[in-house]
Design a protein around this ligand. Structure first.
Ligand code: NAP
Ligand code: F7E
Length: 344
């Protein structure tokens, strides 16, 4: 029988890679999309268009409990991947209550819907929660692993801690097959344009083509463990194929600064970042996460998961993608980028 999967956040970076992976594995893939005044389906156009679309989209929102419950009853998925979230750390300081409602309580709403459906179905539904390295925040040990205590530093981090623990609690209370992937930063050419990596590669490509003069950034000394999103969605799937649900750190165990990301990006284009990058305090955060470095030993040994794309390859892939995008924009004679004067 064909397995059915439901992905919340299917229009996002990870949702698009996960949808591709599940389609390639023969799943019937359903995706939750929220209504907005624009389409917002750019990342999954290739999966939803044509006579025989690979992914079926359904309107819904993590703030709407009854809609989620109805959808899960209708689809009766074998696997549910909860990737939807207000996922921007800086924005969570501006919208703390909204972030809590969607990123924290939204997880509870899905778990409640699953618990209800689980009662009248013989097959156990498997659930994946998108937990985050942001939960480690002001880190109490390095590298961070599954047993490292959390110390979140943003409303987003706090909301993810709630989503994590409520998932663990439902696993222990109701025997749900619910797993949390504690994923460290992962990027790609599909990364949202206000996350720092994409902001850098997008701006550098435009600077190279004379479409932009400067790049304004915040803390250049922040250190992150950056991997490739396409590698990380495989770990999500592997977690749900295990006989027992559990929690796993997914990371590369390599540390780089924002500054290094700038250096590599601009040098790929034959430029020196020092000529173009300016620090703008408006991009500093009220509380910063200085360093995140993951120890993914458990995922490597239990899931047999390993990241394939190196840091250098990731930067090159993103720069090349954005150079191509900037060329298309220039050739079209338009300037489709909105200058991000919003602080993010
Ligand atoms: P993303 O690109 O920002 O995608 C977020 C998705 O959530 C989008 O599809 C968005 O829809 C959807 N969404 C937002 N609010 C919603 C709501 N109220 N109801 C329903 N859907 C909603 O994030 P990502 O990078 O793919 O990350 C996927 C998940 O992993 C998120 O939960 C994120 O917090 C978590 N995570 C990410 C990383 C990382 O480095 N990327 C690391 C650890 C954990 P629209 O397209 O309409 O905006
Ligand atoms: O910031 C610094 C910033 O916004 C990384 C989300 O996917 O990963 C992501 O959260 C670092 C921070 O990612 C700018 O201060 C400097 O130290 O790319 P980011 P994030 O905050 O680490 C985690 C794991 C998630 O779960 C989240 O969903 O870069 N930084 N200058 C800047 N950051 C941004 N956005 N913009 C700047 O101008």
């Amino acid at each position: 029988m064909q397995r059915r999967a439901l992905i919340t956040g299917v229009t996002g970076q990870d949702g698009s890679y996960l949808a591709e992976l599940l389609v390639s594995k023969g799943y019937a893939v359903h995706g939750l999309r929220r209504r907005s005044s624009t389409f917002g389906t750019e990342r999954i156009e290739h999966l939803i268009r044509g006579n025989d679309p690979c992914v079926e989209l359904h309107y819904g929102d993590l703030s709407d409990a009854s809609g989620l419950a109805r959808l899960i009853r209708q689809i009766r998925p074998h696997e549910v991947y909860n990737l939807a979230a207000q996922s921007h750390v800086r924005v969570s300081f501006d919208q703390p209550a909204y972030t809590a409602d969607v990123t924290a309580v939204g997880t509870l709403r899905i778990l409640e819907a699953l618990r209800d459906v689980q009662d009248d179905t013989s097959e156990q539904i498997r659930f994946y929660q998108a937990s985050s390295s942001e939960m480690y925040g002001k880190v109490v040990e390095t590298p961070q692993k599954e047993t490292t205590p959390f110390y979140p530093r943003s409303p987003y981090g706090v909301a993810k801690v709630y989503g994590h623990w409520i998932t663990v609690n439902y696993r222990e209370s109701y025997d749900l097959h619910a797993s949390c992937g504690i994923l460290f930063n992962h990027e790609s050419p599909r990364r949202g344009e206000t996350f720092v990596t994409r902001k850098i590669t997008r701006a550098a490509a435009r600077i190279k083509l004379g479409m932009q003069e400067k790049l304004h950034l915040g803390n250049l000394d922040a250190k992150r463990d950056w991997g490739f999103a396409g590698d990380y969605v495989e770990a999500m799937w592997l977690m749900l194929q295990q006989p027992q649900a559990d929690d796993y750190v997914v990371a590369t165990n390599e540390l780089h600064t924002v500054r290094e990301f700038c250096e590599l990006t601009f040098s790929r284009l034959g430029l020196d970042y020092l000529d173009f990058v300016e620090v703008d305090p408006r991009y500093f955060r009220p509380a910063e996460v200085d360093l995140l470095l993951g120890d993914a030993t458990k995922a490597r040994t239990t899931l047999d998961w390993t990241p394939r794309v190196s840091f250098q390859e990731l930067v090159e892939m993103m720069v090349d993608g954005d150079l191509e995008l900037a060329r298309r924009e220039r050739n079209a004679g338009g300037d489709t980028i909105s200058q991000h004067r919003m602080v993010a």
